[in-house]
Design a binder for this molecule. Structure first.
Ligand SMILES: C[S@@+](CC[C@H](N)C(=O)[O-])C[C@H]1O[C@@H](n2cnc3c(N)ncnc32)[C@H](O)[C@@H]1O
Length: 263
């Protein structure tokens, strides 16, 4: 289990042992963690959002490994890392389709919530309160690494992308989902979602930490990741549903193939 004081101390001294983790952000996620699965709680929008994005993740993962996503167990035998798993929204959806899922998160409370919920769902998921560096040190490798809505919460974003690549087997895939740094993401992603519609707790996002698709792609390329495809997501408030689309202006997902072993 992670030592919170260690994170805090190294954060304050500016000599982060792991620059991908911010003590302030993790404290906020710890505080909100009990709401991950609450359909009427602070993260209620995340549940609808999750439905649309995991469908897209599963289609792409299945296709990449030559499987049909309309087959229930299409992810069987694939070892998937959900890096920054939160309450396990993505992890559970993948486990239901047969994947062997390891979910890691810097927020200890989120990991506890995720573990409890997996038991309720009757799913076996290996949740751990560790950082990516521990898996790298243990030479762990995955067929798929998913990093969903985490990059916009860390300061060393390039370092996090590099960690994702290091943890992926050659020819495996990395799924990166985040928010673009545009005028639209400021108005829809922050002002609208957090302060007007209250879809997310106020203060969830800092616009300055949003990442453009080009930036993400340049960091990924440095880690020998090749872009396979990218899509955006938008919300229809009348249908109360999220949809995958071609606009990368607010939320978007990039899917990469790991080219070689050495980075
Ligand atoms: C917005 S939540 C996304 C949760 C989940 N991926 C999802 O989409 O439902 C961001 C999560 O990333 C975690 N996190 C932030 N920095 C991290 C790091 N360096 N390593 C592991 N987890 C991290 C937070 O604790 C939080 O649970």
């Amino acid at each position: 289990m992670l030592d919170k004081n260690e994170i805090k101390k190294s954060d304050q001294s500016g000599k982060l042992k792991d620059t991908t983790v911010s003590a302030e952000e993790i404290a906020r996620f710890d505080k909100m963690a009990e709401h991950w699965w609450d359909p009427n709680g602070e993260y209620k929008m995340a549940l609808a959002f999750n439905e649309a994005r995991v469908g897209y993740f599963i289609d792409n993962i299945a296709q990449h490994f030559g499987r049909r996503s309309d087959v229930q167990d299409c992810l069987a035998d694939l070892r998937i890392l959900d890096l920054g798993c939160g309450g396990g929204l993505v992890s559970e959806a993948l486990a239901k389709r047969g994947a062997t899922v390891i979910g890691i998160d810097a927020s200890e409370v989120s990991v506890q919530v995720a573990k409890r919920h997996a038991i309720k769902s009757g799913l076996e998921i290996d949740y751990r309160n560790v950082l990516a560096r521990e898996l790298i040190a243990a030479n762990e490798l995955f067929d798929v690494v998913i990093n969903a809505e985490v990059i916009e919460h860390v300061s060393d974003q390039k370092g996090l992308v590099k960690d994702c690549a290091k943890l992926t087997k050659p020819n495996g895939i990395v799924v990166l989902a985040t928010l673009n740094r545009t005028i639209q993401s400021f108005f829809f992603g922050i002002v609208g979602a957090e302060y007007i519609m209250r879809y997310l707790p106020a203060g969830t996002h800092s616009w300055g930490l949003f990442v453009t698709p080009l930036e993400l792609n340049s960091w990924a390329s440095l880690s020998r990741l090749q872009l396979i495809e990218e899509k955006g997501m938008n919300y229809n408030p009348f249908k109360k549903a999220w949809k995958i689309n071609n606009s990368l202006k607010v939320n978007y997902v990039q899917i990469y193939k790991k080219l070689t072993k050495s980075i």
